[in-house]
Write a protein that binds this ligand. Sequence first.
Ligand SMILES: Nc1ccn([C@H]2C[C@H](O)[C@@H](COP(=O)(O)O)O2)c(=O)n1
Ligand code: ZN
Length: 162
Amino acid sequence: MVSKRTDYLSWDEYFMAVALLSGLRSKDPSTQVGACVASAANKIIGVGYNGFPWGCSDDDLPWSREGEYLDTKYPYVCHAELNAVLNSTVRDLHDCRIYVALFPCNECGKVIIQSGIREIIYLSDKYKDTDSVRAAKLMFAKSGVRCRRFVPERASVLLSFL
Ligand SMILES: Nc1ccn([C@H]2C[C@H](O)[C@@H](COP(=O)(O)O)O2)c(=O)n1
Ligand SMILES: [Zn+2]
């Protein structure tokens, strides 16, 4: 009898890989973030990546990190989590989880909580010492939104077009 494959992706690996793949669409030169919303039944409900809003050309607005606030990307860029929630095929995200490459900021934290998402699975927490992430964690704790770090059991997932 032929046995089934054993090295298939776990649900966590699958949704995190989709999040990371989505992040490859980002034009941000320094940090590319992708996010994937999954339902309790393990269906993909929405994906997103960080980028400028509709109608705001990637070539017109600044991608700088430093300088006058209005000359940086920060006031303009939509975060991956916001886009994943807004791109969702259903409006009610109760009991969904979101996979994201980078721990959510406070603004996305509010969106995640209000959408009904119950769990955040993140890869990096590189901005953990910022007030934004501290505020997000405080809100998640109060709202009962669980947060857990994705602990990889394999170093990479290979995609090949050849
Ligand atoms: N959870 C997050 C955090 C950040 N982003 C976006 C916002 C920017 O485009 C970029 C961060 O840029 P950096 O300050 O590292 O140059 O990542 C996001 O989508 N989700
Ligand atoms: Zn954010």
